[in-house]
Design a protein around this ligand. Structure first.
Ligand code: NDP
Ligand code: MG
Length: 392
């Protein structure tokens, strides 16, 4: 049959659950073949009861038995641990691996899936940020498509469809500006996780929501775009567009600009990644221009939101520098979410890591794994030694 088997890594998260909604609405096209969760056994079980995937993996091994017993009456094979994910993504019957886990943890499963010839629907941007060179060259070697799920990159991908290679002058990534758009450093010094978790336009997982508030999300997306679309740093612009209606733009060599627009809803880019190059009818709410008489644009404030500047710097320096900022950021965001560091201190941690961790110009996969480990330890120590003023 023509039904595509989908592996969803991180099925219990924001992107994962929306991917399952897309699959539920397109049963004639897709089957959930493999679902994975980190520790949310309850939701994983519920998803398995509905979708009956061939495999379910829970990273947290202490919950293996619970999941297994709840699904004993179904033909779902239940496995546990990170190693199981790395192994199972290579299963012959999988057509597309949708990477919707958070952070560096996505790197090795994605590499294994590419080596096994699986197309990747990529939500886990951290993987491309950390090791874009390795991922893109592996994808080329194994004739694998990397299909963007991130809304900005899906927009660019859609604008590029039907265009010839080497006709792009630059791309323009739009940013909502997050909940703290227009605020100054004095204000940011006192914001808490509760403020930062309230995003104006998108409901997302906690880590990316903090990244959106700090503009690190846009910084990671700049690096992601470099690898997805084979661009130089000076071909990537960022513009703040608070309404999040224009999802991003491409400017071609003749000066023409194409934009992709719509109401903010991740199900559209998720579905496009899975159906590409086809489009499939949806009943998603339609955009009406008259509801948005004012689409506005402003310059990002990179002096206040330093993460975006640091990400551009990491992109220019290349090597393991993007891996360093990613690891430092993951540690800083986790600490901020636990009220163990302040909002502005997150940028201090990243900047210090960029200065102190040894720079490797042409890293191997092993170098990336070591850089990630080393940076995490360093960043964690740094946060512990920082003055308590940041802690509320
Ligand atoms: P969530 O936090 O909502 O979900 C993360 C998922 O990954 C959950 O299923 C979680 O399991 C699992 N997970 C978490 N940590 C690990 C780990 N160490 N190893 C394996 N699995 C893990 O995140 P989002 O869905 O918001 O984001 C997922 C990815 O997609 C991120 O890279 C993000 O940047 C990207 N993205 C998200 C967008 C969005 O709108 N949410 C938009 C664009 C990109 P459990 O539930 O058990 O903890
Ligand atoms: Mg995005």
């Amino acid at each position: 049959d023509n039904i595509k088997n989908i592996a969803i890594l991180g099925s219990t998260g924001s992107i994962g659950t929306q991917t399952l909604e897309v699959i539920r609405d397109n049963k004639q096209l897709f089957k959930a073949f493999l679902l994975t969760a980190h520790s949310n056994a309850y939701l994983l079980i519920e998803q398995c009861l509905e979708f009956v995937p061939a495999y379910a993996i829970i990273c947290d091994e202490s919950k293996h038995q619970q999941v297994q017993e709840s699904l004993a009456h179904l033909p779902v094979k239940v496995l546990a641990g990170h190693e199981a994910i790395k192994e199972m993504v290579t299963h012959t019957d999988i057509d597309i691996v949708l990477t919707a886990m958070v952070g560096f943890a996505g790197l090795e499963p994605t590499i294994n899936a590419i080596k096994a010839g699986k197309d990747i629907a990529l939500a886990n941007k951290e993987t491309l940020v950390v090791a874009g060179e390795i991922i893109t060259s592996l994808a080329k070697a194994h004739n694998v498509k990397i299909l963007p799920v991130d809304s900005e990159h899906s927009a660019i991908f859609q604008c590029l469809t039907g265009e010839q290679d080497n006709t792009v002058e630059k791309i323009i990534l739009t940013a909502s500006g997050g909940p703290f758009r227009g605020k100054d450093a004095a204000y940011l010094a006192n914001v808490t996780r509760e403020h930062a978790l309230k995003h104006p336009n998108w409901v997302m997982g906690a880590k990316i929501t903090i990244d959106s508030a700090s503009l690190m999300n846009k910084g990671l997306e700049v690096i992601e775009a470099k690898w997805l679309f084979d661009l130089q740093a000076d071909q990537i612009d960022v513009i703040v567009h608070p309404q999040s209606i224009i999802h991003s733009l491409v400017q071609f060599q003749d000066g023409s600009i194409k934009a992709q627009m719509g109401l903010p809803d991740m199900k559209l880019p998720i579905q496009y990644a899975l159906t590409y190059p086809n489009r499939v009818k949806t009943n998603f709410k339609r955009f009406n221009f008259l509801d948005y008489p004012n689409l506005t644009f402003e310059q990002p404030d990179m002096d206040t939101f330093r993460n975006l500047k640091l990400a551009f710097e990491a992109l220019e320096r290349g090597g393991n520098m993007p891996c360093i900022i990613n690891a430092a950021n993951e540690v800083a965001v986790a600490a901020f979410l636990k009220n163990e560091t302040g909002f502005l201190e997150m940028s201090d941690v990243i900047e210090t890591c960029m200065q102190k961790i040894s720079y490797i110009p042409a890293p191997s996969l092993n170098d990336y794994l070591n850089t990630d480990k080393e940076t995490r330890i360093f960043a964690q120590n740094l946060i512990q030694k920082m003055p308590l003023k940041a802690i509320r």
